[in-house]
Design a protein around this ligand. Structure first.
Ligand SMILES: Cc1ncc(COP(=O)(O)O)c(C=O)c1O
Length: 375
């Protein structure tokens, strides 16, 4: 079948050209140009997308190089490359390779965890508000969903979560939490894990781990050694800037991972994201740069919005929650009319606006539109 010209990204800055007979002459994209274009694209986009907590600085240049080199491997299943990635992740986290399961985004990890550990009579216990995916997957599988309101200072309510999970099921802890951007202090997460009832599994979603600076936050990955009922989920969609490529993973004991693996599609990973992730793990400078730029831009936006008289929730992530003191729904629509997309309305916090921290030009565009809408 003749190959047609295809664009590799929604922004259309890369083109692969080729014909069936001339497939060998496939022209590879210039990824140096692509990287630069990715970094500057948001400022010239018609729509400023600040709705999905993506990293506006994109993947590491080393990840682009690795993907270009891996095009020629596209015909093969990615087995040995996944094994190499798992080995890298195991080394990073100080666990055995049998403690890591990679998936197509952490969404796949959440979905298979819901399938494995919830069902009729086995509830999904989550905070409210929190990232809704796990509760949705569980409820589609016939599980009851118990929503436990966050505390007044936006922490997970550990005693209430434990009580709700007394009969088993899956407790989902998003730390830092989406959409509030807040953390649950490490002592409380430890307490939850230590006291979880025997029949209950605890899934700690650390999608925003790299953005948390507070001394009161910690990853719970080291705790998997002592807790067979603990699963930690991570993603390459946030600080690694690869949301469009789809990679996440779970860290847990082998028997727990076996139950997740039973629910997973075979070969759900693609080779490009696997090699890109390995390269990204090596490029700690790129991660550090993303973290620093996020912190600087977040501080600037916080003081700018605060200067307009609005209160904001503390943020340990790449997004901010602004308390509007009025329903956010019309504000979301009005911002959209001005070309700025922000987070959806969360029923438990209907007066708060969630905005992703983009580049400084993007946030200046947001601030201009926000002033106009709120005037
Ligand atoms: C807390 C949290 N977990 C998981 C995800 C899903 O991420 P992905 O499937 O891209 O890894 C998101 C996406 O925004 C998120 O906010």
């Amino acid at each position: 079948m003749p190959m047609t010209a295809k664009t590799l990204s929604r922004r259309g800055f890369v083109q692969i050209l080729g014909t069936g007979a001339a497939a060998a002459a496939l022209r590879l994209p210039d990824f140096k140009t692509a990287t630069a274009a990715a970094a500057t694209a948001p400022a010239v986009d018609k729509v400023v997308r600040l709705s999905s907590n993506e990293n506006p600085y994109g993947p590491s240049p080393a990840a682009f190089d690795a993907m270009r080199d891996a095009f020629r491997l596209a015909w093969r299943y990615p087995d040995e490359h996944v094994d190499a990635l798992v080995a890298d992740l195991a080394k990073l986290h100080g666990v055995g390779t049998d403690h890591i399961l990679a998936g197509a985004g952490s969404s796949e990890i959440l979905k298979i965890a819901a399938a494995a550990f919830t069902g009729p009579g086995k509830p999904a216990v989550t905070a409210d508000p929190t990232f809704e995916a796990l509760a949705r997957y569980a409820s589609k599988g016939g599980a009851p969903v118990v929503k436990v309101p966050l505390t007044a200072d936006y922490r997970h309510d550990v005693p209430a979560l434990l009580k709700a999970a007394a009969g088993g099921g899956l407790v989902y802890v998003c730390n830092p939490n989406n959409p509030t951007a807040t953390i649950t202090p490490k002592a409380q997460v430890r307490e939850l894990i230590a006291q979880a009832p025997a029949g209950a599994t605890v899934l700690v979603d650390e999608a925003y781990h790299h953005y948390a600076d507070s001394g009161d936050y910690e990853t719970v990955i080291p705790l998997v050694h002592d807790h067979p009922n603990l699963i930690v989920a991570r993603t390459f969609s946030k600080i690694h800037g690869m949301a469009g490529l789809r990679l996440g993973y779970a860290v847990a004991q082998p028997e727990t991972l076996a139950r997740l693996r039973d629910q997973q599609a075979w070969d759900s990973l693609n080779i490009l994201v696997v090699v890109a992730a390995r390269a990204s793990l090596q490029d700690t400078g790129h991660l550090e740069k993303s973290r620093r730029l996020n912190r600087e831009t977040r501080d600037w936006l916080r003081s700018s919005v605060g200067g307009l008289g609005y209160k904001l929730l503390p943020s340990e992530t790449n997004f901010l929650m602004i308390d509007l003191k009025k329903d956010v729904a019309p504000v979301i629509e009005a911002l959209k009319g001005r070309g700025v997309e922000v987070g959806r309305r969360f029923a438990a916090l209907p007066e708060c606006l969630r905005v992703t921290i983009g580049t400084r030009p993007q946030m200046e565009a947001f601030l201009g539109a926000f002033r106009g809408v709120m005037a």
